[in-house]
Write a protein of this length. Structure first.
Length: 142
């Protein structure tokens, strides 16, 4: 179970990188520190893009069935930086089979909260094989 969560955090970090964010702290990292709890809630990633900050969480099936999830997402999506009062974007990573459930859950929030949440599908990518099987008959050297 722990390796699955680690893989999901790694895939969410990739989404942060695609958006241009640098990871400040993350769970299951080797060189970066683990993020502190935000308002008593566990977060997986804290990242920064120029002077903008973002929080990342991954949701599993058991998290989606948790009754406290709505309060957690609402609290994390309304965070602001301490001195500049800029909104902190919340990145939510969900397995592809539970994406629809998470989308309907986020649709329940007010417009101001919804626009501060970015929902992503966590999909493991497979690397295609580059070997060619048809050209083994040609021998260059004997």
């Amino acid at each position: 179970m722990d390796s699955i969560k680690r893989k999901y955090v790694d895939l969410l970090v990739e989404e942060f990188w695609k958006q241009g964010y640098l990871t400040v702290s993350r769970k299951y990292g080797t060189y970066l520190p683990e993020p502190a709890k935000v308002g008593g809630f566990d977060v997986d990633i804290i990242a920064r893009y120029k002077k903008n900050y973002a929080i990342g969480i991954t949701l599993s099936e058991e998290d989606l069935n948790d009754s406290n999830l709505i309060n957690k997402i609402k609290f994390l999506a309304t965070r602001q930086t301490k001195f500049t009062n800029k909104r902190v974007i919340l990145f939510v990573g969900v397995e592809s089979e539970f994406y629809k459930n998470a989308k309907t859950l986020i649709e329940l929030f007010e417009h101001d909260i919804k626009k501060n949440i970015k929902l992503f599908q966590i999909v493991e990518k497979t690397v295609p094989s580059v070997r060619r099987r048809g050209n083994r008959e040609k021998i260059l050297f004997s």
